[in-house]
Design a protein around this ligand. Structure first.
Ligand code: HEC
Ligand code: HEC
Ligand code: HEC
Ligand code: HEC
Ligand code: HEC
Length: 245
């Protein structure tokens, strides 16, 4: 029985170490997580989304984006009285410490620009970035990257939410769509169409690229000779066997 008890203690220790390790991924213990995890529901969901994300792996915690004060001792949230809870909450999510709740528009751009300045700058000046800021249906960063489970989206799947024709989209930079991109895209599309019509031609005779090097031509001829030789040898062996019978 005593041995079992130690086993339990060991298990608990391992579990606690694993369980609390992510909270220390950042600079200091993050009390945002302690309170939000206890609150559950949509207030805790950002934590599980963020776990394992690129920001998580680069030690970018809640305060990296939301600001505020992550070093407020929360203790056991369930044992706090109402006023204690509110006091801790407002000193953590404090405007004085630059807390930002749920950003949108320019505030969202500013949040991401703290670390991705040039990327955001490019997007802000792009056709879609402008359409987002002007509330004309352009996608926010979150449509493509999510708020907490940040990913590089799969193109053109993510684009098809808003664009019917996504041909050529894999060949442009979606973060910086401008007049030049639109011109480039129409060239790409013309090429794609002509490739498609060419591909539809019946390929009875193998078509070789016009710009084959003499080395490639030589290699091909050599391959053909070897092939013919093997074929002739096969026929020869077949006839030889026929003679033996
Ligand atoms: C003592 C508990 C507590 C702590 C600590 C705490 N929060 Fe909150 N947080 C809450 C509660 C409760 C809400 C929902 C009610 C509200 O928005 O006031 C909330 C809401 C939020 C929201 C949504 C705001 C909105 O506009 O919808 C964000 C974002 C947030 N917290 C981030 C943080 C961050 C970042 C920290 C750490 C710096 C933090 N919280 C620390 C309790 C806490
Ligand atoms: C990469 C930046 C980033 C990080 C890191 C981040 N958040 Fe957020 N968070 C956002 C953005 C952007 C939104 C707004 C989402 C939206 O509008 O749907 C948001 C929204 C929220 C909300 C409101 C959710 C809702 O549905 O109302 C809460 C709560 C929150 N974050 C808590 C946290 C906590 C806790 C952490 C740390 C585990 C954290 N966030 C880390 C960017 C971030
Ligand atoms: C406190 C700094 C910080 C903030 C704020 C921040 N990020 Fe990041 N972000 C990073 C770091 C560090 C990386 C990983 C290194 C890299 O790829 O640059 C990263 C990576 C990313 C990546 C993945 C890039 C890749 O190559 O996989 C995306 C997407 C991203 N961030 C989106 C956002 C969005 C959207 C926001 C705003 C809601 C934001 N980030 C806010 C620091 C930050
Ligand atoms: C229409 C979809 C879309 C929108 C909107 C979008 N992105 Fe991206 N983003 C992408 C794609 C796709 C890539 C990968 C590009 C590549 O591989 O060259 C990317 C790459 C990135 C990267 C990594 C490469 C880099 O330039 O650092 C970061 C960080 C990033 N985006 C942040 C943001 C932020 C912040 C916003 C909002 C200001 C935003 N993105 C808006 C689709 C989008
Ligand atoms: C949330 C909706 C939305 C999503 C998602 C979206 N776009 Fe757009 N896109 C727009 C809007 C709105 C415009 C501006 C239309 C205008 O002003 O003519 C636009 C314009 C464009 C343009 C220039 C004009 C055109 O229609 O050819 C290109 C190119 C473009 N988007 C590519 C992309 C790519 C690539 C993706 C995916 C990585 C993407 N978009 C995802 C809404 C979206």
């Amino acid at each position: 029985m005593n041995e079992h008890k130690w086993l339990w203690v060991l298990c608990c220790a391992v579990f606690l170490t694993i369980g609390t390790a992510p909270a220390h991924a950042g600079q200091a213990p993050i009390d945002c997580i302690a309170c939000h995890e206890a609150l559950g529901g949509s207030l805790a969901k950002p934590i599980s989304d963020w776990h394992g994300s690129i920001h998580f792996h680069n030690s970018i915690t809640c305060t990296g984006c939301h600001g505020g004060n992550g070093n407020v001792a929360v203790g056991n949230v369930m044992q706090l009285t109402g006023p204690q809870f509110l006091a801790i909450k407002s000193s953590a999510m404090s405007k004085a410490d630059g807390f930002i709740g749920k950003p949108s528009g320019r505030e969202l751009f500013a949040m991401c620009a703290k670390c991705h300045a040039s990327t955001v700058g490019g997007y802000q000046g792009s056709i879609m970035g402008k359409a987002y800021l002007a509330k004309k249906g352009g996608p926010s960063c979150l449509v493509c990257h999510h708020a907490h489970r940040n990913v590089i989206p799969s193109v053109p799947k993510v684009c098809s939410q808003c664009h019917k024709d996504t041909s050529g989209f894999t060949q442009i930079d979606p973060m910086n769509v401008n007049e030049d991109t639109v011109a480039k895209l129409s060239k790409i599309r013309i090429q794609l169409v002509s490739q498609r019509t060419q591909g539809a031609r019946p390929a009875l005779v193998p078509r070789f690229k016009g710009n084959m090097s003499s080395y490639q031509v030589g290699l091909l001829a050599f391959g053909a000779i070897i092939f013919l030789f093997l074929l002739a040898y096969g026929v020869y062996v077949l006839f030889e066997r026929g003679d033996e019978k």
